[in-house]
Write a protein that binds this ligand. Structure first.
Ligand code: C2O
Ligand code: CU
Ligand code: CU
Length: 477
């Protein structure tokens, strides 16, 4: 039954449109639904600790009308809530594994003790509850949490194991920025999925997907296909996460109006940055302001790339989201010259380390390596002195793009091929996209938490690359 219904829908779409691969979802959305925001979860305050209960479980999701897709979610059938954390508070999470296999749940971008990080060394057994607890020592910003089980990150995130973390602090709260969730402040989780004839999303990367990163032909925003956003507020804030396994998006508005970026991975920039487009790799976040006070609808689009983009080119352009303003209203374009983001890069006090990204073997079929080695769960690669500031250099000697991510906090990009970073990359980052042949230097102050046993990870955030072993681990002592 499922099969017939879906085939009919797709058949219709194919007949109506010239390019069904990229636009079939637009036809499916002939009656556009309003984009739903993930549920906001503020936890409950128990003896001064903000406590959250998260259940990771199987669900079914109706991505297309009448078709139920098997998914995994966190307190929801697919994806999870937006966890609201306040800087300075203590937070505790009760993460219940309702699946029949081991999982891990990682707090991407948070500064925390390594044993609370939720990486591959903190697996949660079926039916078990993991209870990490740590203080929130973090700038306000958009972070996220996602699956991180050893060798299974790609599969679990693809099924839906991911959610958003929204950190608030007094500094951000004092600025005249939109921050009413679902009214003038919106989350956009960008993902793509490949559906089979029965409407399911099996995780089945072929050889090519393992190299390019798994990509889909249907765009999901917050787990929805073809939704639109109608807004009443004249000035809105879009918090965008690239939560895809392998797709890199070059975001832009169809009418060329440009983007105003106010925040990157680790919170607000020093000042708003005007851009014609914005490149977002898996794991990266960016926040934008959009002024629609003149009443013109805006269409957010993305040119889509895989990791092999340098020789394979783009996969085409997709419409992501139509944003329709209500009645027009003039805004007094808030005086947003300063946002309080970082102005200068800290000085190096610890080591200088180089990480050569390479590929063994011939052409596109080798293993992805960091300093000549693939990930070994038993091997800690090095240790960093607690509280020190190190400079790390990523040398991409492959033909592919690799968004490199370091756990435990944020870094500053010092240079790309010897040149200072662009303004939109001058804020705090925890993922940096490296291009073939590029040498990217970052500087990071490591946690003052010390742990001889539990390591932090650093890896490529193309999830198929990570699972294939493009990952290393270090302790902070
Ligand atoms: Cu977003 Cu190791 O993770
Ligand atoms: Cu992370
Ligand atoms: Cu990679």
């Amino acid at each position: 039954m499922k099969l017939t219904r879906r085939s009919t829908l797709l058949g219709m779409a194919g007949g109506l449109l010239a390019s069904p691969m990229l636009t079939k979802h637009s036809a499916l959305a002939a009656t556009p639904k309003n984009l739903l925001m993930p549920k906001l979860d503020e936890g409950t305050l128990v003896n001064g600790v903000r406590e959250f209960s998260l259940a990771v479980a199987k669900g079914q999701t109706e991505f297309s009308p009448g078709i139920l897709t098997d998914t995994v979610g966190i307190n929801a059938p697919f994806l999870g809530p937006v966890l609201v954390l306040r800087s300075g508070e203590n937070a505790r999470f009760n993460v219940a594994n309702k699946l029949s296999e081991q999982i891990a749940l990682h707090w991407h971008g948070l500064h925390l003790p390594a044993s609370m990080d939720g990486g591959p060394h903190q697996p949660i057994e079926p039916a078990a509850i993991w209870q990490p607890e740590f203080p929130i020592r973090q700038r306000a910003g958009t972070y996220w949490f996602h699956a991180h089980q050893h060798g299974k990150t790609g599969e679990h995130v693809w099924a839906g194991m991911a959610g958003i973390i929204r950190v608030e602090d007094d500094e951000e709260a004092s600025l005249r920025l939109p921050r009413s969730y679902g009214e003038d402040d919106f989350i956009l989780v960008l993902q793509d999925r490949r559906f089979d004839e029965t409407g399911q999303i099996p995780y089945a990367p072929n050889m090519h997907d393992k190299m390019a990163g798994l990509q889909g032909d249907q765009m999901l925003i917050n787990g929805q296909i073809g939704a639109e956003l109608s807004i009443k507020a004249p000035l809105i804030r879009l918090r965008v996460l690239n939560g895809s396994n392998g797709s890199i998006y070059r975001l832009h508005f169809a009418d060329g109006r440009g983007l105003t970026q106010i925040a990157s991975d680790g919170g607000l920039l020093a000042a708003p940055v005007r851009l014609s487009d914005s490149l977002l790799a898996p794991g990266e976040r960016a926040e934008f302001l959009l002024d629609t006070s003149d009443g013109t609808p805006a269409l957010l689009r993305a040119e889509v790339f895989g990791a092999e983009a340098p020789f394979a080119g783009s996969n085409g352009t997709r419409d992501l989201l139509r944003i329709s303003p209500g009645r027009t209203r003039k805004t007094q374009s808030a005086s947003l010259r300063g946002l309080g983001g970082p102005q200068s890069i800290p000085v190096q006090t610890g080591e200088h380390r180089t990480f050569v990204l390479s590929m063994s073997g011939q052409g596109m079929m080798g293993n992805l390596l960091i300093n000549g080695a693939g990930y070994d769960h038993q091997r800690i690669d090095f240790s960093v002195t607690a509280g020190s500031t190190e400079t790390w250099v990523f040398e991409n000697r492959t033909e592919m793009l690799h968004p490199m991510h370091v756990h435990a906090g944020q870094f500053h990009i010092v240079s790309r091929n010897g040149k200072p970073p662009s303004p939109q990359e001058s804020g705090l980052k925890d993922v940096v996209l490296t291009h073939p042949g590029e040498v990217v230097e970052v500087r990071m102050t490591f946690p003052d938490y010390s742990d001889k046993q539990a390591p932090y990870m650093f890896h490529c955030h193309i999830l198929e690359h990570e699972d294939a072993g493009m990952m290393g681990q270090f302790t902070v002592v």
